[in-house]
Design a protein around this ligand. Structure first.
Ligand SMILES: *[C@@H]1O[C@H](CO)[C@@H](O)[C@H](O)[C@H]1NC(C)=O
Ligand SMILES: *[C@@H]1O[C@H](CO)[C@@H](O)[C@H](O)[C@H]1NC(C)=O
Ligand SMILES: *[C@@H]1O[C@H](CO)[C@@H](O)[C@H](O)[C@H]1NC(C)=O
Length: 444
């Protein structure tokens, strides 16, 4: 969450340390590391991404048997990535897409080349079409230091609890740090989760260095915006990932705000026309529109940039998401968990007093940024706001179960309380085609 300012004495210290270590360089390795998966919105596919330190061919061998030979093969490509740090460290990022996978079937794979193979990993191919119930783990702000949620996420993953992960920005703290070695460390750390589940991301403020280059190079998301904004279908949901950071780091290009906004509008338009098939629209972006934390972040301001746009007028997202009936908005950035009542423009739009999330008349916001990092947890303001339904200042992450076209189940897991469920709600919304909160409920 916090935006780090460079500290020159620290940088010099780092430089000397790294030069010291460099005295006896290790032979660069052709062995794959930092293996992770993503789903490029192509049914029957899964994409494997990994790193080597020398250029090698990019191959994945896979099959259905847990042991023995892996009869299937897929080839891909690699591209060099040069970190912006003073050492200009060079990684080779390999990408291979496996196609023709049988829906819901478990595969075993290894990646690499004759010069070195990874160990074997397992994943389950995503099911196709809208008629199944995806389960997701959702969180943001997970660091290489103090990654509190990771052991339990790892166990959950081994037990097959999820179909995908949504990491809502802020990785490693920071991937570029120490000449991108922190990025390497982080990608190794998440491998037990990310090599088994599509690990879907959006950028946060901690990815900012060198124009988000570590983020863009290391992750491999659908679309052609280098993972800044994209969308994909998962069961009954259409999931949109975008960058709130374009509103804050304007020196990388104001045009990005406009480009993303137009892309969002056209994607939402299409998704809204497709509600009969996929009734839910879910967004993920790093910095929230609202929050009630005790800091000076954008979301604590009445006219936050994400909500109201640049200069309170241009490219604000609340109106856009309201217009196209976005159901659920996932955020992070604040190192805590906060759930809001259905809301638009500071007005609460409960379905009813007794059942606020049954037929809500506005979007539901969840802020889940407490997976754990070196900055610890963020305190809340003394008094909750009238739109704030629940606040939890504990490490943890969210489980999101899209049961079917009308029911979504959300749970908050507390790592401070050994996995206890500290929030549990159902969102139930009738199917409308298209859906628009403005016209609600006439269109349904
Ligand atoms: C930053 O990256 C984006 C694309 O990811 C590009 O459009 C933009 O021009 C870049 N900005 C600078 C200053 O290099
Ligand atoms: C929304 O529902 C909650 C839970 O019943 C209630 O506490 C709150 O006052 C409601 N808000 C409005 C504006 O109806
Ligand atoms: C979705 O699941 C809920 C809970 O089991 C059920 O009540 C509802 O009828 C289901 N909706 C559809 C469209 O199948």
């Amino acid at each position: 969450m916090r935006i780090l300012r460079p500290c020159w004495s620290c940088c010099c210290l780092l430089l000397f340390c790294s030069l010291g270590i460099q005295g006896t360089p290790k032979a660069p390795s052709a062995a794959p590391e930092q293996v992770h998966l993503s789903y490029l919105d192509e049914p029957g596919s899964m994409t494997v991404t990994w790193t080597t330190w020398v250029p090698t061919p990019s191959e994945v061998q896979f099959g259905l048997q847990p042991s023995g030979p892996l009869p299937l093969r897929a080839q891909g490509t690699f591209s060099p990535f040069v970190d912006g740090g003073i050492l200009r460290r060079k990684l080779y990022i390999h990408r291979v897409t496996l196609r023709g996978l049988l829906p819901g079937v478990q595969y075993v794979y290894r990646c690499g080349s004759a010069q070195g193979w990874s160990r074997r990993f397992r994943f389950r191919a995503l099911k196709n079409g809208p008629h199944w119930s995806p389960r997701l783990a959702v969180y943001g702000d997970l660091g290489a230091d103090n990654p509190k949620a990771l052991p339990r996420l790892r166990r959950d993953t081994q037990q097959g609890m999820y179909d995908a992960v949504l990491h809502v920005g802020d990785f490693a703290y920071n991937m570029d740090q120490d000449n991108a070695r922190i990025g390497d460390k982080f990608m190794r750390l998440i491998e037990p989760v990310a090599a088994s589940l599509p690990y879907m991301t959006c950028p946060g403020n901690h990815e900012e260095r060198y124009n988000f280059s570590n983020y863009k190079a290391r992750f491999n998301m659908p679309g052609d915006s280098e993972g800044l904004w994209y969308s994909w279908d998962l069961g009954p949901a259409h999931i949109i990932s975008f960058s709130t950071e374009v509103y804050f780091f304007l020196h990388y290009g104001r045009h990005l705000v406009e480009r993303q906004f137009h892309w969002l509008e056209s994607d939402l338009q299409k998704a809204n026309q497709n509600r009969a098939a996929r009734p839910w629209i879910i967004t993920m972006g790093h910095r929230p529109m609202y929050c009630s934390n005790a800091d000076l972040d954008d979301c604590t301001w009445h006219e936050s940039k994400v909500r109201k746009g640049l200069r309170g007028r241009f490219y604000g997202l609340e109106d856009l998401f309201y217009k196209y009936g976005v159901d659920l908005q996932l955020w992070a950035h604040e190192h805590s968990y906060e759930r809001l009542w259905p809301i638009y423009n500071y007005q609460v739009f409960n379905g009813s007093q007794e059942k606020p999330y049954t037929n809500p008349r506005g979007p539901v916001h969840i802020i889940t940024g407490s997976a754990g990092c070196e900055e610890r947890l963020t305190p809340f303001s003394l008094f909750p706001r009238p739109w704030s339904a629940l606040r939890v200042k504990e490490y943890g992450y969210t489980r999101l179960h899209v049961l079917n076209g009308t029911h979504i189940h959300l749970q908050q897991v507390s790592d401070d309380q050994d996995g206890k469920i500290v929030d549990d709600i159902w969102v139930a919304s009738p199917q409308c085609h298209p859906k628009a909160w403005l016209q609600w409920p006439k269109e349904c």
